[in-house]
Design a protein around this ligand. Structure first.
Ligand code: NAD
Length: 476
């Protein structure tokens, strides 16, 4: 595998296909803003070929012995680990995150494949109680060919979160990773093929997102649509999927509240929350963002947060000293600047950062204090390196604030009080609640939102089930 972006291709109908005659789109290095490659866009004919292959691939793969399927998934995981450095470098170059995070992402993808390789072998059903001589059973079967539409913030890991359970369940897949990050996702995809995945079982396409998703979802071949991305795009895809009554998993945006109570260990908490806020430059759907801090420690929290933020080395993710890289694409710094300017115009105080960088797609790590509730950023996820803070007086007030938005993906709380931790776990409206921890995205646990943050889960047995249909067979 090479470390460059020179020859980006599609993988359709068993062959890697370059750009001849196809439209292409530029791939940028967000640390510099330079164009580093052109990615070929799939034509309607390419998509039809991918659909036909996925249709054939499903018949082949669902009939493949489950142990063989598991062995291929394990082998793919091993290749991902072997190639983590090379894949990580591609990822950093086209997405911007620091190299250590990029490599960790590839290891996370490998773990996902190992976990689902095992889960594939536990696709148990049920035997119902019936009179002697009669038998009723419930079995799970793969749903069918899947359209997997994944985003640019964790291009390898979030693609793995779809492909690993889908392939484990016996589905074929057409993957459309984001056009911003084609090289790292192609290198990841090659691990599957090199591990022995039959060619028709997985296809890899890039293109104009709306054209590709419309084409795939309209086809009767596709039985399931899995999307990770923004709420508006999720709603749009749900409407398209409704036309064919397709199953969907929608992992959409959030706006994670973090409740900080006066009894927490403040230094330890700050040492956890600041790096977590600025991980991947804040482009994380479960990024801690709305900080509600109990009044007695509010000033100390702001001081400690601002001090730690000021020390964060910003730069090219390839530089080992860097702790936060640029944003992943050109449109994000402007979107974040607009939210920050709106908040300060309405009275918020910028205690750190607040400005975009002078080159590439950088935005300074930013801390806003006393942010009024009518500021746009209190309701619209910044999806960038901005923390917004307010103080609170009572736990009930904090819970009310945590639950005030129509989103519910992740929420966090820091407290040493066990009774309070229980109450928060029960009362917060979110798919995942982390208490004194941010470790909420793991292979064996469901990950997904409530309210407009989506529905369905990735990860855990729930993630596997989402690629299965149930069938009840009754025999008298
Ligand atoms: P966007 O709404 O333009 O796109 C979001 C994602 O959806 C991108 O990956 C894009 O390629 C894809 N997309 C857009 N239109 C599509 C279509 N018609 N069919 C299929 N895919 C389509 O937003 P953006 O500027 O790329 O990202 C910013 C917002 O997206 C953030 O505010 C955040 O809420 C959300 N986002 C969420 C996640 C997540 O992990 N849940 C990941 C990336 C982006």
């Amino acid at each position: 595998m090479t470390d460059d972006h020179a020859d980006l291709q599609l993988f359709v109908d068993g062959a890697w296909t370059s750009g001849e005659g196809r439209d292409t789109g530029p791939v940028f290095n967000p640390a510099t803003g330079e164009t580093i490659a052109e990615v070929p866009f799939a034509t309607p004919a390419d998509l039809d070929a991918a659909l036909a292959a996925a249709d054939r691939g499903f018949i082949l793969w669902r009939a493949t012995d489950v142990q063989q399927r598991a062995a291929i998934l394990h082998a793919a995981a091993a290749l991902m680990r072997e190639r983590a450095d090379a894949i990580g470098r591609l990822l950093t170059r086209e997405q911007g995150k620091i190299l250590a995070e990029a490599k960790a992402e590839v290891f996370g993808a490998a773990q996902m494949f190992d976990w689902y390789a095992e889960e594939a072998q536990r696709a148990y059903g049920r035997v119902l109680v019936r009179p002697t001589g009669q038998r009723s059973i419930v079995i799970r079967q793969p749903v069918g060919p899947v359209a997997a539409l994944s985003p640019w913030n964790f291009p390898v890991y979030l693609l793995a979160k779809k492909l690993a359970p889908a392939l484990a369940a016996g589905c074929s897949v057409i993957a459309k990773p984001p056009e911003e990050t084609p090289a790292c996702t192609s290198a990841f995809f090659r691990c599957l093929l090199d591990a022995g995945l039959p060619a028709d079982v997985a296809q890899l396409v890039f293109g104009v997102p709306d054209q590709v998703s419309r084409h795939l979802i309209a086809s009767s071949v596709i039985r399931k649509v899995s999307f990770t991305g923004s709420v508006p795009v999720g709603k749009h895809l749900l409407k398209l999927a409704a036309e064919g009554v397709k199953r969907t998993t929608m992992e959409l945006g959030g706006h994670a509240p973090v409740l900080i109570f006066a009894d927490c260990d403040l230094d330890k908490t700050l040492d956890m929350v600041v790096p977590q806020k600025f991980r991947n430059a804040g482009q994380v759907c479960v990024a801690p963002t709305r900080f509600y801090v109990e009044a007695p420690i509010y000033d100390a929290f702001l001081k400690g947060f601002a001090e730690r933020t000021a020390k964060l080395p910003i730069g090219d993710g390839m530089d080992e000293a860097t702790r936060m890289g640029p944003l992943a694409n050109r449109r994000r710094p402007d979107a974040i600047a607009a939210l920050v300017n709106d908040a300060t115009a309405k009275g918020a105080r910028a205690l750190a950062g607040g400005e975009r960088g002078d080159h590439g797609y950088f935005f300074q790590p930013t801390l806003l204090a006393d942010v009024p509730l009518d500021a746009d950023i209190m309701s619209n996820e910044p999806f960038g390196p901005v923390a917004v803070t307010r103080s609170f007086e009572t736990m009930e007030e904090a819970i009310e604030q945590a639950n005030r938005l129509p989103y519910g993906l992740a929420a966090f709380a820091f407290t040493e009080n066990g009774r309070r931790a229980n109450r928060l776990g029960d009362a917060i409206e979110a798919g995942m609640v982390g208490i004194n921890t941010f470790a909420i995205s793991v292979a064996d646990a469901p990950f997904g939102g409530v309210k407009q943050s989506g529905f369905g889960s990735e990860g855990g047995t729930e993630g596997f089930d989402s690629y299965c249909v149930t069938k009840a067979i009754h025999q008298a």
